[in-house]
Design a protein. Structure first.
Lengths: 113, 114
C-alpha cells in the first residue's frame, strides 16, 4: 500500500538549534517527493521537491532534504531554526499520470526562544 | 500572478444542509485537485480534474459529494446533505501538468457541520 509516515507528531527545538524532520514512504513506482509547510492561518506552501537527479535538494527558507532510496526516506533538515519556522510540516509522495499526493500526518514544530 | 483561491474561508452549517465550496486555480493550470483534512488525520486526496474532465475521483467519500469544473476554470465541491463527519479543512490545488509537477495549494476552507 502507498503511504507516508512522519513518526514525530510534535517536535520542540530551541531557536538556533538544528532540525531534522523524518519522513518515510512506501510507494510502488518512482516517487515524486515533497515537503510542504503550513503556518497558522495559512495554506500549504511548498518548501522543496524531488523528482530526479541530485538526491540532496535545496528549498526555500534554508531547508534541505535528502532522498535515500535504500531507506525509503526523505528527511527534512535545517541547520539553524528561526522562531518563524514554527508551523506544521507535511511530507508527501506522488507519481504516475495523476500525481495525486499522499500525505503524512504532519509534524508540528514549536520553537523555544 | 494570483495564487489558488478558495471561498469561503470558513463555513458553519447544520447537519443535513447543503454547502458549496469554490476553488479558483492559478490561471492556465489545467490540473485541479481537491483534498481534505479531517481533524487529527492526514490530508487525503479527493479527486483530480484535467480541464473539465474528472481524471480520478477515487478519493470521494460517497455520493453526497459532487465536484464540478464547468468550462475548465473554477471548480465547486458540493456536499449534500452534510453530515458531522464531513467537518474538516478542504484544500484545493492546481498544477500546469500532472506527473512531475508542483501542486500549488489554496488556503483551504474550514467546514464545520453541527
Amino acid at each position: 500500500a502507498q503511504s507516508v509516515t512522519q513518526p514525530d507528531i510534535h517536535i520542540t527545538v530551541s531557536e538556533g538549534a538544528s532540525l531534522e524532520l523524518r519522513c518515510n514512504y512506501s510507494y510502488g513506482a518512482t516517487p515524486y517527493l515533497f515537503w510542504y509547510v503550513q503556518s497558522p492561518g495559512q495554506g500549504l506552501q511548498l518548501l522543496l521537491k524531488y523528482f530526479s537527479g541530485d538526491t540532496l535538494v535545496q528549498g526555500i527558507k534554508g531547508f534541505e532534504a535528502e532522498f535515500k532510496r535504500s531507506q525509503s526516506s526523505f528527511n527534512l533538515r535545517k541547520p539553524s531554526v528561526h522562531w518563524s519556522d514554527a508551523a506544521e510540516y507535511f511530507c508527501a509522495v506522488g507519481g504516475g499520470a495523476t500525481n495525486k499526493l499522499i500525505f503524512g500526518t504532519g509534524t508540528l514544530l514549536a520553537v523555544q526562544p | 500572478e494570483a495564487g489558488v483561491t478558495q471561498f469561503p474561508s470558513h463555513s458553519v452549517i447544520e447537519k443535513g444542509q447543503t454547502v458549496t465550496l469554490r476553488c479558483d486555480p492559478i490561471s492556465g493550470h489545467d490540473n485541479l485537485y481537491w483534498y481534505r483534512r479531517v481533524m487529527g488525520k492526514e490530508i487525503k486526496f479527493l479527486l483530480h480534474f484535467v480541464k473539465e474532465s474528472k481524471q480520478d475521483e477515487s478519493g470521494m467519500p460517497n455520493n453526497r459529494f459532487l465536484a464540478e469544473r464547468t468550462g475548465g476554470t473554477y471548480s465547486t465541491l458540493k456536499v449534500q446533505p452534510a453530515e458531522l463527519e464531513d467537518s474538516g479543512v478542504y484544500f484545493c490545488a492546481s498544477s500546469q501538468v500532472a506527473g512531475a509537477s508542483t501542486q500549488y495549494f489554496g488556503p483551504g476552507t474550514r467546514l464545520t457541520v453541527l
